[in-house]
Design a protein around this ligand. Structure first.
Ligand code: CP
Ligand code: NVA
Length: 314
């Protein structure tokens, strides 16, 4: 599989085979790292890490993943560069493309990450926008594979803000690789109909079933229950409204019991607001899985960089 030179902006751009290839590569790189083996596939490569929004996992995953493979990562925080206010995105992209071999972008606008890719001429990786968070899905899928086995045919239920970046990206990823996907959310927080229709098209090919519902019994049969914060970065003014709307959708012991299964795992992209989207007891019960998922950000992000920029033979 040759992904050399490709950007990673949304999972819409990747085939199921390419997504599964990235998971296999991540598993291989993870196994090597556990044996103390790192590589040189990014030797001589410089990558820019642009962060308009804060980050713990994504920033560290790109930094460590790059250094592990012999590259250099340069952090560019929101106050460090002129992007978007003193200099256009197009011009910043053309400058960075002359100096760097790859660019990670975390920010508000999906349009901006796409412009960076168009104008920089180097691979650009989406480290989260308001609309999508595609690298997170790779970590989620690797974690599901480790804990549940093969992905196709499993059922994942996302509970909470059903129109945020995580819900959107999980829906695309699940539809592509054949994971049955349910969004459990109040109807005012359902995803855009056009995206649901697109995912249903992907699902036809993979055999996945996509369901959007307000009914808490939608968790029945779930192999994995997933939640995320009720207010994403940049939506802090919506806090009171969201708490009122989403309180019935908290992932707690009662909700989990509705899966009817003892084997269900709980996933969270983190950071978590315990007492809101998940209770502290549920979080702690599944802490090993959730922190595997956090660790897997590094192995999967490394795989994306290695596949699109590195010299690596499998
Ligand atoms: N899950 C995730 O993207 O975490 P950070 O916001 O800490 O990068
Ligand atoms: N929906 C969250 C995800 C954080 C990883 C946010 O955008 O803040």
């Amino acid at each position: 599989m040759n992904l050399k030179g490709r950007s990673f902006l949304t999972l819409k751009d990747y085939t199921p085979e390419e997504i599964l290839y990235l998971l296999d590569l991540a598993a291989e790189l993870k196994a090597k790292k556990k044996q103390g083996i790192t590589g040189n596939s990014l030797k001589g490569k410089n990558i820019a890490l642009i962060f308009e929004k804060p980050s713990t996992r994504t920033r560290c995953a790109f930094t460590i993943g790059c250094i592990d493979e012999g590259g250099h990562a340069e952090y560019l925080g929101k106050d460090d560069i002129q992007l978007g206010y003193k200099e256009s995105v197009e011009d910043t992209a053309r400058v960075l493309g002359r100096m760097f071999d790859g660019i990670e972008f975390r920010g508000f606008s999906q349009e901006n990450v796409e412009k960076l890719a168009k104008y920089s001429g180097v691979p650009v990786w989406n480290g989260l926008t308001d609309t999508y968070h595609p690298t997170q899905i790779l970590a989620d899928f690797l974690t599901m594979r480790e804990h549940l086995g093969e992905l196709a045919g499993k059922k994942l239920v996302f509970v909470g803000d059903g129109r945020n970046n995580m819900a959107n990206s999980l829906m695309i990823g699940c539809a592509k690789v054949g994971v049955h996907f349910t969004i459990l959310a109040p109807s005012s927080l359902w995803p855009e109909q056009s995206l649901v229709e697109l995912c249903k098209e992907y699902a036809k090919a993979s055999g996945s079933v996509i369901t959007i519902t307000e009914d808490l019994d939608g968790v029945k049969g779930a192999d994995a229950v997933y939640t995320d914060v009720w207010c994403s970065m940049g939506e802090e003014d919506k806090a009171a409204e969201r708490v009122a709307l989403l309180r019935p959708y908290q992932v707690n012991a009662e909700l989990l019991s509705r899966t009817g299964k003892d084997s269900t795992i709980f996933l969270h992209c983190l950071p978590a607001v315990k007492g809101n989207e998940v209770t502290a007891d549920v979080f702690e019960k599944y802490a090993d899985v959730v922190f595997d998922e956090a660790e897997n950000r590094m192995h999967t992000i490394k795989a994306v960089m290695v596949a699109t920029l590195g010299e690596y033979d499998r």
